[in-house]
Ligand binder design. Structure first.
Ligand code: HPA
Ligand code: ZN
Length: 336
């Protein structure tokens, strides 16, 4: 690791855009397939890794949902969560707000509470090691709205174990507006609200997510840059964008890291954060994303502290935990 990378990897951050199923590394796919007697359409870890070449969000989602078939028990989800938290910790993450795609499991016959309990087990283990966090139930926007509502109702008695709800999967053709009743019910249950918008979809989807769903944070949101009035609103209202640079390049949302709009967003004083999305598939965890950006934009090195503080501000951590996280960043800055 180069010296500057040591600094990047020790920067204390909050990860706010992370799909736990997207942390399923090929080795774990094979390990769980063997444990659970699941037949895989790939012969080896290497053969699976060779499939990690995507041309769009959908081309990734096809493989992402296929690989999930190996996740079946509470223990599997605990293992998945623990391995992510260990890797994230090594990359400076000290708070993680984690998406899970309950419907991707319930439609295969896995009980949503097994998923939830396994992930809560992992978070408990993580908390003992110094990572705080919570779970965000993310609805699959390319499946029926009624199914999302049923999923939410099935976990309503566990609302206290959830941080919030989100909206993910294939974006174009599935505008946020469709999910207005689902988000209204989530709000009634006291849950925090976030939504993917403006990844492949237009800036208008970001507006809908804010105005119709009541989203407090926008996941991706980079296409907001096509709408100057929207950008001004994001700045004024300090609405966070959880940006995922390696994901954007891997899914061909942006041609290369050097063309990523992170500097433009910082210049425009948007509350932008850096996150890893689906790190097992996109070539890196949070600090790998930061390191890639600094490589592409050396000027960003001077903005690392700001990005870390943005991640804390944009998080749903308690005020007390936020103060602890800022103190960790103070310590890092005094060493840097
Ligand atoms: N976008 C939308 N849905 C997703 C993603 C993403 O990047 N990753 C996992 N589900
Ligand atoms: Zn995502």
């Amino acid at each position: 690791m180069a010296p500057s990378n040591t600094r990047i990897f020790s920067l204390p951050t909050a990860e706010l855009h992370l799909h736990i199923e997207g942390t399923l590394e090929p080795e774990l796919v094979f390990e769980l397939a063997e444990n659970n007697g699941v037949a895989l359409p790939f012969d080896s870890v290497e053969a699976l890794r060779e499939r990690y070449q995507f041309t769009s969000l959908q081309s990734f989602l096809d493989l992402y949902y296929d690989c999930m078939s190996v996740l079946q028990t509470r223990a599997d989800f605990r293992t998945l969560g623990e391995r992510y938290l260990e890797r994230a910790y090594e990359q400076g993450v000290r708070h993680a707000e984690i998406f899970f795609d309950a419907q991707a499991h319930t439609i295969r016959g896995v009980d949503a509470e097994e998923v939830l309990d396994g992930l809560l087990d992992a978070l408990e283990a993580g908390a003992r090691k110094g990572i705080s966090g919570g779970l965000i139930l993310s609805f699959l926007r390319d499946r029926p709205v009624a199914e999302a509502l049923e999923t939410l109702e099935s976990l309503a008695h566990r609302a206290g174990d959830l941080l919030g709800v989100g909206l993910d999967s294939a974006e174009v053709g599935y505008p946020p507006e469709l999910f207005t009743p689902v988000f209204a019910r989530a709000k009634e249950l006291g849950l925090r609200l976030v939504a993917h918008a403006g990844e492949e979809g237009p800036a208008a989807y970001v507006r809908e997510a804010l105005d119709l769903l009541g989203a407090e944070r926008i996941d991706h949101g980079i296409r907001s840059l096509e709408d100057p009035e929207l950008i001004e609103r994001l700045r004024r209202e300090r609405i966070p964008l959880t940006v995922c640079p390696l994901s954007n390049v891997k899914l061909a949302v942006i041609p290369t890291l050097a063309e990523h709009p992170i500097l433009d967003l910082l210049d425009k004083e948007i509350l932008v954060t850096v996150n890893s999305d689906d790190p097992a598939y996109f070539g890196g965890y949070l600090a790998d994303n930061m390191a890639g950006l600094v490589d592409a934009f050396p000027a960003l090195d001077g903005a690392l502290e700001r990005l870390a503080r943005n991640s804390v501000e944009a998080s749903f951590a308690s005020d007390e935990r936020k103060a602890e996280l800022h103190a960790l960043i103070d310590e890092w800055a005094s060493r840097a």
